[in-house]
Design a protein around this ligand. Structure first.
Ligand SMILES: [Mn+2]
Length: 266
């Protein structure tokens, strides 16, 4: 079976894959990486979920394939830049090094083809839950794990489907509600863009909150590439510097909606 030539972008940003958890939509990401290529690929953190892996080791072939695919892209000439997040903070210790052609860095400054400077960071530094209430995270994990053990996510999905609501994992819904979603996201965006301005950037690209976005905040461009747990989204830059949010579509994404529930905090 011959795959059609992949769509080529100047840049692709992906993040929050959470490999090592049942929530990771590895097959969809593989499909996306097969069909899309770029001069530069940024992996903006939470690629692997070290927090969950520490408790339960779960590493299926598809998760291995994602890492192989990234390394293969690096080998074939894509510049792959890995900016670790809070769930893969173990990799932050390797900032400044390169592995198999993959550069590891805590933050990167990307210049678009039309001359805009974009600061690339995971974003947990702008999240008050992570920075000030870290003790909440294991509690939230425990709570969601309990719900999952009870089979509630299955019921949740069925109910949402019956109501004709789009697929959204219980974890994302709970997180959204618990945080007072809109206010918390607003704070996150303002902190992220303010930080980018202090760095002299025109915009910021982050992940972490699992909500794809592209908007101006206080005169600075706020870009979020989303995640590969729920939205299956990426940020791309076209050859002329135009930025676009893309979502995985087609068979892979649809069949995934019927699969494993998500258990992952930002
Ligand atoms: Mn994160």
């Amino acid at each position: 079976m011959d795959d059609p030539a992949p769509t080529r972008y100047r840049t692709i940003w992906i993040s929050d894959v959470h490999l090592g958890t049942h929530a990771a939509r590895a097959e969809e990401l593989l499909d996306f990486l097969r069909r899309h290529d770029a001069d530069t690929l940024y992996v903006v953190g939470d690629l692997v979920d070290g927090w969950v892996l520490r408790r339960t080791w779960w590493w299926p072939q598809a998760h291995n394939d994602v890492l192989q695919k990234l390394l293969r892209k690096a080998r074939k000439g894509t510049r792959v830049v890995y900016v670790p997040g809070n769930h893969d903070e173990f990799a932050r210790g390797y900032a400044g090094h390169a592995f198999g052609g993959v550069e590891v860095t805590l933050e990167a400054m990307h210049e678009t083809a039309d001359g805009r400077r974009l600061l690339v960071v995971h974003g947990d530094a702008f999240d008050p839950v992570v920075t000030k209430h870290r003790w909440l995270v294991p509690l939230a994990h425990g709570f969601l794990g309990l719900l999952r053990g009870l089979g509630i996510p299955t019921a949740w999905r069925l109910v949402r489907r019956c109501l004709g609501r789009p697929y959204a994992s219980l974890a994302t819904y709970v997180r959204g509600r618990a945080n007072g979603a809109i206010a918390a996201l607003g704070d996150f965006e303002r902190l992220a863009t303010a930080f980018a301005r202090r760095r002299g950037a025109d915009g910021v690209v982050c992940g972490h909150v699992h909500v794809p976005a592209m908007r101006m905040v206080d005169g600075t461009l706020y870009l979020n590439d989303g995640d590969w747990v729920d939205s299956c989204s990426a940020l791309v830059e076209h050859a002329d510097g135009r930025l676009e949010l893309v979502r995985a579509t087609g068979r892979e994404a649809r069949s995934a909606a019927a699969r494993a529930p998500a258990v992952a905090t930002a």
